[in-house]
Each structure stands twice: as C-alpha cells, then as structure tokens.
Design a protein around this ligand. Structure first.
Ligand code: G3P
Ligand code: MG
Length: 331
C-alpha cells in the first residue's frame, strides 16, 4: 500500500501556473500600494503558486528590492523572485566589467553595478568634478572623481535606471561615444564609429505612478539621447537593449522562475501568465514570448476594452481579478 500511495501522489500532483507581475501600475502607484495587492499575494502564497516580479524599474539590488517589497506587500519575497530592468546586465562580459563605465541613474546604481561585478563604475556627478567645465552649471552637489580621467579610457555607457540629470548624462554619454577610444575630452573628426558599447536597462516611454498622468521613462531619455547623437554624428547609436519587451529579459526571467519554482516551492509549472499595465511593454513582451498576457486597468492603460496596438489576451480591472482569472483557467 505504501508503494501505491507514492505512485498515486506522483500521478495526481498538479502543475501550477507561473505568474509574472509587473510592479508599477499593477501592484503599486508611486508610494502607494494598490488596494488589491496584499490580498492577491497572500492568496498566491496560500495556494503555493510560483510568482515573480519583472519590472523595468531598478536602482537597487534585487536583494534590497525583495526586502522592500516584502515589507510593503507583507509576504516573504526572495531575491530570486525579482528581476529588475538592469538585472541582465550581470551577464555582460568580464572584459567590459573590468573597464571604466559610465553608470546613468541614481547614485545607488553605482553600488548595484559593483554587485554585478563592474570594477570601475562612475557617475556623471563624479566626472564633473574631474573637469567642471564639462557641464558648466553650479547648482548640484558633486561627488569626488575617483579616477584620473586624463589617463583612463571608458569601456561602456550603461543606462541603469531613470535619471534626474538628463542633461549632463546625455552630454557626457555623447562625449564618450564619439571620443577616440573612450578617452573623455577627445573627439573623432570626422566621426567614424561608436567608441564603446552602450547598454540600456529599459526603454518604456511611459510608466505609471500616483500622478494622474503617466510619466516619462527611460525610453523618453533614449529618444532625446539618440536624437542628439544623430544630430552630432549623422549616425545611429548602437544600443544593446535589456528590460521588457526584449526577449533576452524574458529568457532570463523564465530561467529564474523555473529554478525558483522547483528549488523553493517544489512545484512544476503548467502555463505562464504575465500581468502588466503597459501595452507596448508588458503586453507586447508577453505576447512575443508566448506567455498569456493580462492587461490591468490600473496603470498606463486605464480604460477601454483592450489596447488597439498591442491587444492583450485578457483584460481585467485589477491585479486581484487577474489572479481570479488565472485560477479559473487552471482549475
Ligand atoms: O521606472 C519604472 C518604470 O520604468 C516601469 O516600471 O514596474 O511598470 O515595469 P514597471
Ligand atoms: Mg508597469
């Protein structure tokens, strides 16, 4: 009877759906947690359903983000469940990681870059201290420049997270990309080729916080940056793009979800559902990857039957309804 029982357990063990949640506009709006969020995640924990967070945001390590989310959502969340826009940057080659790299985003991104193995990340506000006439405005708190940039060469430009210093970031990034071999203060005349690779963590034009209208994201920065670069050089910047809706990011997330589900929950996954608020980012990415896209009406998308350009497979009002829908499909 013991053998029979084991056999029976193996046969009847149901696979579970895997759920990928976007964060901004789905679970939170700026500093506010949306009213359905706590109930939704508690329900999933009770049902032992594997889920992950896949956001184009960032600016902190996955570990720190997991701690912050655990506190805000009142459920235990592990760092293995968090993918940020810049998470796949840890896969960049050691050759680049050993070089000096410009990191664009809040100051905290420098520590994130270090945690990914970048040996010499530097912020624009440190570079300005090296030679203040590079950005001739005196209204910000600068940081000491840790390197003698007269004797250094840049190896990459990394757009990590939304920046509140667009002007200086674009100016310095353009300087680096059209320099001679990454040496700041030099210029290729005429311009021939991009001096170093340029990576972006996300490219969403808009995202949703607690302001009534959607806000500019990294995609808006990218538009301004690439337009100015083209104006200077008549050439396009070659950008290696991470974040949603890029396939690389979905490959990265799928692998983590499968590992998390197997190692931490001992569950196998049936179908994967991706819940998001931004049609051109979350829905497009999920549809392209073959996941079941669910669009909520609490973020960038607010009203209507479905998005015209990037229609989701399912549209619901909020995150709790998305999980109710998933459970109705899987039972
Ligand atoms: O900066 C945050 C924004 O780019 C989008 O975040 O969670 O909606 O992917 P999310
Ligand atoms: Mg969102």
């Amino acid at each position: 009877p013991q053998v029979d029982l084991k056999l029976n357990l193996n046969v009847t063990k149901h696979k579970k759906p895997g759920i990928i949640f976007d964060i901004d506009g789905v679970l939170v709006k700026g500093k506010n947690v949306l009213p359905e969020t706590l109930k939704t995640l508690k329900l999933l924990n009770t049902l032992h359903i594997p889920y992950m967070f896949l956001t184009n945001g960032g600016g902190k390590t996955e570990k720190k983000k997991a701690q912050e989310l655990s506190q805000r959502f009142q459920v235990p969340i592990r760092e293995e469940q968090v993918v940020l826009g810049h998470s796949p940057m840890r896969t960049i080659s050691d050759e680049i990681k050993n070089k000096l790299v410009l990191v664009i985003g809040p100051d905290s991104c420098k520590e994130v870059a270090k945690s990914y193995g970048f040996k010499k990340p530097i912020l624009s506000k440190e570079i300005i201290s090296w030679r203040p006439s590079i950005w001739p405005f005196e209204d910000q708190q600068l940081l000491d420049c840790p390197y003698d940039l007269d004797n250094e060469q840049f190896g990459a430009v990394l757009m990590f997270n939304d920046s509140n210093t667009w002007g200086q970031d674009i100016q310095i990034a353009c300087d680096i990309l059209r320099s001679q071999n990454g040496k700041l203060g030099t210029q290729q005349i005429p311009y021939e080729k991009q001096a170093v690779p340029c990576y972006f963590a996300a490219a969403d034009l808009l995202w949703s916080n607690d302001f009534p209208l959607s806000r500019f994201g990294q995609g808006a920065f990218k538009m301004a940056f690439t337009k100015l670069f083209k104006e200077l050089t008549e050439k396009d910047i070659d950008i290696i793009q991470f974040g949603k809706p890029e396939k690389k990011t979905y490959d990265f997330t799928k692998e983590l979800l499968e590992k998390f589900s197997k190692n931490c929950l001992n569950e196998e996954i049936s179908n994967i559902y991706a819940v998001g608020d931004n049609p051109s980012v979350d829905v497009l990415g999920a549809n392209n990857y073959g996941w079941h896209s669910i669009l909520v009406r609490t973020g960038v998308f607010k009203t209507g039957e479905n998005d015209k350009n990037y229609p989701a497979k399912t549209v619901v009002n909020n995150v709790l309804d998305s999980v109710k829908f998933i459970l109705s499909q899987e039972n």
